[in-house]
Design a protein around this ligand. Structure first.
Ligand code: SF4
Length: 260
């Protein structure tokens, strides 16, 4: 009997797409978007994935890249999700699977066993995209991750409360387990020098092994978008404070080419 037979997850969508952010930009991935998030960033680009709702439906793509979604009632079973992923993977080989959200670590208990099965039965690399604050949940499953994309949430950018302590513990775990990772900071025109300095400080002992990505916000509110001068200044500040050139500016490229 499958030990995870009874495990279920709240999913927002599953589809094949192009990674638009960060170090693995441009690679073809399967995206598994978990529902639920404990934060409310003012520029959140997945507002439909913020809540776990009993009567919600997950959109599951049937053929990789065809956008032929079918809806299934949440929560979804372990085996149904695995089969749906392997079915997309049969259409063609994907580089990796992105476990994203929402905040996927809210469902760490499910993911922990799920990625063991994925590792056993596919060649998909496991990419976790997280807000970078739920360190206890990260430790439950960190061993089976291939790369961690984590955010540093700047209060002046997100409109949320500071999470410096949580981010610090999160980074310590990545170091302890010697995991491949990169940190991402979404920056708006309202980002303050104080928050940038705090974030660079958090990265000071990790920057050689963990790239820092500055991501100018994508927003229909043009007043939130940082100016070209701000972006140049912020990258230079980081290079100076961290004494490292390992700081890249990468916008959300999937938005430019009309991808979801
Ligand atoms: S952490 Fe991510 S999913 Fe949650 S509110 Fe912020 S941007 Fe949206």
């Amino acid at each position: 009997m499958h030990t995870s037979e009874n495990k279920k997850a709240y999913i927002s969508e599953l589809f094949s797409g192009i990674q638009g952010e960060g170090l693995w930009v441009g690679l073809r991935q399967i995206f598994l978007r978990f529902s639920g998030c404990d934060l409310r960033c003012q520029w959140c680009d997945t507002p439909n994935s913020l809540n776990i709702k009993q009567n919600s439906f997950a959109k599951i793509e049937k053929t990789a890249g065809k956008r032929d979604f079918e809806e299934f009632k949440n929560p979804l079973s372990f085996d149904f999700l695995l089969e749906s992923i392997y079915s997309l993977e049969k259409d063609f080989k994907h580089h990796s699977i992105s476990l994203t959200g929402g905040e996927p670590l809210l469902q760490a208990n499910f993911i922990k066993d799920f990625i063991i099965d994925l590792k056993k039965n596919s060649s998909l690399l496991i990419y976790l995209e997280t807000g970078g604050h739920r360190f206890e949940e990260l430790e439950q499953l960190i061993n089976n991750l291939d790369i961690i994309s984590f955010d540093l949430k700047l209060p002046s950018s997100t409109g949320e409360k500071p999470l410096w302590e949580q981010h610090c513990k999160f980074i310590e775990l990545i170091k302890k387990y010697n995991k491949k990772a990169y940190a991402k900071m979404v920056l708006t025109s309202q980002t303050t020098k104080h928050d940038l300095e705090q974030s660079f400080d958090l990265m000071k002992n990790s920057i050689e092994n963990c790239t820092l990505v500055l991501q100018p916000v994508t927003s229909s509110d043009l007043s939130l978008i940082p100016s070209p001068k701000q972006i140049l200044n912020w990258q230079a500040m980081g290079i100076n404070q961290l004494k490292s050139p390992n700081i890249r500016v990468i916008p959300q490229t999937h938005k430019f080419i009309g991808q979801i």
